[in-house]
Write a protein that binds this ligand. Sequence first.
Ligand code: GLU
Ligand code: ZN
Length: 490
Amino acid sequence: MRAPRVRFAPSPTGFFHVGSARAALFNWLFARQYDGVFVLRIEDTDAERNREEWVGGIISALEWLGMRADEGPYRQSERSERHQVAIDALWEARFLYACGCSRDEIEARTKGNATPGYDGHCRDLGLDRGEGRALRFRTPDDGVTVVSDVIRGEVNFPHSAMEDFVCVKSTGQPLFVLANVVDDRDMDITHVIRGEDLLPTTPKGVLLWRALDSAAEGEAGWGETTMLPVFAHLPLLVNEQGKKLSKRKDPVAVEAYRDQGYLPEAFDNYLALLGWSPPGDVEKVGLETIVADFRLEDVHHSPAFFDVKKLTHLNGEYIRELAVDDFIAACRPWVDPVPGAWAPTGGGAPWPSERFDPATFARLAPLVQERVATLGEVPAMIDFVFLAEPVIDETSWEKAVTRDEGAVAILTDALAAYETCEWSPESLHEATLAVAERHGRKLGKAQAPIRVAVTGRTVGPPLFESLDVLGRVEVIRRLRATLGRIGQGD
Ligand code: GLU
Ligand code: ZN
């Protein structure tokens, strides 16, 4: 087999969809496997729906996920001359005809027809090309277009069910199906690997491909005949209800996952599972193993459940595997953002940067690393150290302070004990154990009000290390303030 050339061809019409990221990954994997070329082509011909910021989003998301393009990014919009040449050749060879029907006219004529779509009204009228006229493809009346797909086998599309589809809008703007095929030909694409949602347009692409071949052989001589690429349509991504992921209702934006602190390694690993299973049914497999084991022909065609819980769980496993220094470095955008560097949308750290202390964070980091599933959870675990006052979580306060009749006694006793005990996690542990015993409680039950008083929440890093890091003066001050807040202060 000659080295494959694959392409990822997103349209920049919104946030970078997880389905697009999966398509990019499968193309990238295939290229890596066969020493092929991974081309990035931005399909930005639909000026009304594309925005430049979405292009930036695609490029930075791919960079984040470690999928470098070997060629590109090409811009489809910069290739319109080529598209025009192809249109002229198809017109000359009579594959296209002009249609002057308005949408309303078509609808009025075809309402109630068994086969929906255009009725071929202008097919033999011999209309000239020109202002206000779309160009339609003359779909053969009989026969079938067979799409042979690595994942789905042979898929038949009878021509009787296909309309004479529009290739060029009445404004002169070529449609995606045409530009896509012309570009794939010009870029020597050997394998088209993309989402299942594009399967229905594939027979149109195949018809166009063949028409361009025959136009190339004819007098127009606009190009060469080229081999039809191999197709592979990746399974649909569905939500928990088994419905196609919805842009509005489901969390589909890759950017949002990055903001929440998913690691690119974990995200890539999870994406690879969407339609493919690593040998041996292990789910946590590094990218290197995936590159080695991935087979396009092993991709299944049944819908793949995009399971955020599973992704999050996997992410936690990847986080715990990091060397502490790498974890600290990975947390940087959330705890101590570098001016000008990437930071999560809405900003990272909730504390003023001058209050952040890297040495203190380094002490807490190993404890936090054990307890988070995403890096975005880190600030809430440590904000009690870097904020002048802890953020009191009302539910925690209710549960551990207001509704605990013994809370005041515990806090008062702990305050006294902490004033004199030695200041180390071990001594704080002992002192707190003694407090718990004096009040006939288990240690955990005694810790709860203390933790809420000092950190604001019932969950966080281990209490005695937290107290140790915060220091005696501040711990005492916070316990006093809490007693004051519940009206028991001195
Ligand atoms: N640009 C189109 C899309 O994003 C086509 C992609 C393709 O052919 O791979 O839906
Ligand atoms: Zn018409």
